[in-house]
Design a protein around this ligand. Structure first.
Ligand code: CMX
Length: 439
């Protein structure tokens, strides 16, 4: 058994024992209540799901196994001469709860290199799609087309013991994560580089090699990619991409089926697609105003026009957060150090000055602050990646780390099929009537 698998197995076994005892003693303890608003309003804030890799606090933002983003930046290993955390380190942390050493991260980089061979049939499946198909659709198809290599599906078909589900899930997770950068880069080069592929450089780390395969030589871009792939990896379990992976996986669909579904959720404009929408929206503003340096007043007028036309301001608002997203703040700090002169970056910062008071003045927006998607596009563009339809794919490569680490835990803890209760409006009306008569 490899080092990471052994460590995960030991942690998971101890955890499963504790969980069993907790359920035996406290299984009936009430944790939450549900209102009519929550049933109709997208199940906001209902505590009803187990998710080990990370936990979100509305005021403070995300913590991965207890560590905030600034703490991760301090504690996780970096590339040689680099300053940004390596996503390998975050995956190790999410899976085991331990901050890895440099040697452990190096081991993981090498393990992913060894597993990174992508079957040719995957490229053929992608090539069968019209080239103008959205990159997220191509990505989802690429992931799905690897499902025939699922260790979980193969072992399930031959009838394996449920105590071994975690093992096959771990194998699929490691293989999938190892292959994703190549699949994602293939799609980028297919669509935007006339099919000219850059082959992997196996001397690089996972994120650095992804940047390399996308055709970017700049060390700054590689560093940004490491930061990007770390901070987008997980945001507890209730967000649409994580929840989708969890739900699909709960039917014992294997990690390929689950991740492909998760990517389809990430591809929605209220979720991951917002990073492309932010840049589309800013570029339209810049084109309309005829300047790459809009003033605060010009931005405010443009924001009001967008709202008046019944559209949202992309990159702002959040279903859970109630403060500026620390993932936005981390990218702002990176931009201050590396791209402070860039017009687009400066426009993103001016939008940050302008949008929150306007959204607050509407009186209905619960969180007027920027989310993770408000800043990423400006930095990608700074390094020359101007194909904004592709941005969500990079988010997806990162998100795989969190949702698949969570799937390993779900199978190790033997979590059951997810099946919440739904009701009809007539049922709610009847319930309200009954409660009124009872009072
Ligand atoms: N611009 C304009 N209006 C907004 C808004 C925004 N950025 N954010 C929220 N609102 C509106 C909602 O549309 C809703 O209006 P109605 O009552 O007329 O339907 C009202 O304010 C209340 O919404 P909320 O409770 O504050 O927010 P939700 O939990 O319903 O939605 C989110 C959260 C992210 C979908 C929403 O803020 C939004 O649409 N933001 C823009 C898209 C975006 O940036 N998404 C990325 C989120 C991060 C990610 O998942 O990647």
């Amino acid at each position: 058994m490899d080092t990471l698998k052994q460590l995960f197995f030991e942690k998971a076994q101890a955890h499963a024992k504790e969980m069993k005892e907790m359920l035996k003693e406290h299984g009936t303890l009430q944790v939450d209540e549900v209102t009519v608003d929550q049933i109709v309003g997208g199940m906001r804030d209902i505590t009803s799901m187990l998710w080990e890799p990370s936990l979100l606090d509305a005021e403070e933002g995300i913590r991965f196994r207890g560590f905030s983003i600034p703490e991760l930046k301090e504690k996780l290993p970096t590339a040689p001469n680099g300053k940004e955390p390596l996503p390998e380190g975050l995956f190790w942390l999410m899976l085991t709860g331990n901050i890895p050493t440099e040697e452990e991260v190096k081991w993981l980089t090498d393990a992913w290199v060894k597993r990174s061979q992508v079957p040719d049939s995957v490229f053929r499946a992608i090539e069968a799609l019209p080239v103008e198909t959205h990159p997220m659709t191509q990505f989802s198809v690429g992931i799905l087309s690897m499902q025939n290599t699922s260790v979980f599906a193969e072992r399930y078909a031959s009838g394996f013991n449920k105590s071994e589900y975690w093992d096959a899930t771990y194998e699929d997770t490691m293989n999938l994560i190892a292959r994703l950068p190549r699949v994602a880069a293939y799609i980028y080069n297919r669509i935007y580089r006339n099919g000219e592929q850059t082959l992997p450089d196996f001397t690089l780390d996972w994120g650095g090699n992804f940047a390399h395969m996308l055709g970017f030589k700049d060390e700054g871009f590689k560093e940004y990619m490491r930061l990007f792939l770390t901070i987008h990896a997980d945001h507890e379990g209730g967000n649409a991409s994580a929840h989708t992976c969890h739900l699909v996986g709960s039917t014992l669909s294997d990690p390929y089926l689950s991740l492909s579904a998760s990517m389809n959720a990430l591809a929605g404009p209220l979720h991951g697609l917002a990073n492309q929408e932010v840049i589309r929206w800013i570029q339209k503003m810049v084109d309309t105003l005829g300047t790459s340096k809009p003033t605060h007043e010009q931005i405010a007028d443009y924001v009001k026009d967008t709202l008046a036309s019944g559209r949202v301001i992309p990159g702002y608002g959040h279903a859970v957060l109630r403060k500026p997203d620390p993932r936005f703040t981390a990218q702002r700090a990176f931009a201050s150090a590396n791209a402070a002169e860039n017009d687009l970056v400066n426009t993103v910062w001016k939008i940050f000055d302008v949008v929150p008071p306007i959204l607050s003045s509407l009186g209905k927006v619960k969180n007027p602050w920027p989310n993770v998607d408000a800043h990423s596009g400006a930095l990608l563009l700074h390094y020359g990646m101007n194909e904004y339809n592709y941005y969500t794919v990079i988010f997806g490569v990162s998100r795989a780390l969190g949702v698949l680490a969570a799937q390993c835990w779900s199978r190790a803890l033997g979590l059951p099929l997810e099946r919440p209760k739904s009701v009809t409006t007539a049922w709610l009306q009847e319930y309200i009537k009954e409660r009124a008569t009872a009072q």
